[in-house]
Design a protein around this ligand. Structure first.
Ligand code: GLU
Length: 261
């Protein structure tokens, strides 16, 4: 495995939860093991995890996501610590310290705050900590639909990858990658293994959102486009088997890889 990569891994609500918001412990356990393994071989890892609103809604409202802003804020507040509690416990099994980083758009747009954020990330990564990032949905005053101003965690992941100059952004999602048409409606849809340039047709082929989360393929494409423009790699792959990340880092074909040239 190539050593010393900086990798941002993003996992969405529908990959972290099952049955209307209850936590998919097996998935998180596997993820914690793999990311710990990736870190142990000399890489730096940042995890961007959604799921706060989904898990909080399961705890407070039987999995029904509230529609009003303060309900969403309450769900995020309750769900976030439950999620972090579980991450902390599972990563501790593998001897890896984790940190919680909650961000709003101001934190990365204001020059002083941006520098402070970056310093904190650098310090954590230099000590082998895996920072776990989410949007700070509780202090968001405008509209939680804009999730702390980042629009969605797919975009937040690209913002974080840019901030820390990551080599690679990996989206763990409920699809195997990007297809040439929507695989839900077209059984003949084919996976695109490698993309060097994002075209309008790609956006057209992947309209729609995931049921519990806020992202979907379109927001991942947007993030990949942003990454490509900076010469950084993005991968969209299935979250079902996080161990495929090892294969990816060994250079094998996994999911869809967006890379220049
Ligand atoms: N920050 C939201 C949450 O933790 C999710 C945002 C997203 O999935 O894009 O529930």
């Amino acid at each position: 495995m190539e050593k010393g990569k900086r990798i941002v891994v993003k996992i969405g609500t529908s990959s972290l939860t099952a049955n209307g918001g209850s936590i998919n412990l097996r998935r998180i356990d596997e993820l914690a093991k793999v990311l710990s393994g990736v870190r142990n071989t000399g890489n730096s890892v940042v995890l961007v995890s959604s799921g706060a609103v989904g898990v909080g809604s399961a705890m407070l409202w039987n999995g029904v996501r509230p529609t009003e802003l303060d309900g969403l804020q309450a769900a995020a507040a309750v769900g976030q610590i439950r999620l972090m509690h579980i991450y902390d416990k599972l990563f501790a099994e593998f001897g890896v310290p984790v940190a919680q980083v909650l961000l709003t758009r101001n934190n990365v747009e204001n020059e002083v705050q941006r520098r402070n954020c970056l310093n904190a990330f650098e310090r954590l990564l230099s000590m082998g900590v895996i920072p776990i990032v989410n949007a700070n949905d509780v202090v968001n005053t405008d509209e939680i639909k804009e999730l702390a101003g980042f629009r969605d965690n797919d975009n937040l992941s690209a913002v974080v990858a840019e901030l820390i100059s990551a080599d690679m952004l990996i989206f763990l999602t409920d699809a195997d990658g990007l297809f040439d048409s929507n695989p839900h409606s077209n059984p003949d849809a084919k996976l695109i293994p490698r993309v060097t340039e994002i075209t309008p047709e790609m956006y057209e082929s992947c309209e729609g959102k995931s049921a519990l989360g806020t992202g979907g393929m379109t927001s991942k494409l947007r993030a990949a486009e942003r990454m490509l423009a900076q010469g950084r790699e993005t991968v969209i792959m299935n979250s079902e088997d996080p161990a495929l990340i090892y294969e990816l880092l060994e250079g094998k074909q996994v999911g869809t890889v967006f890379a220049a040239g």
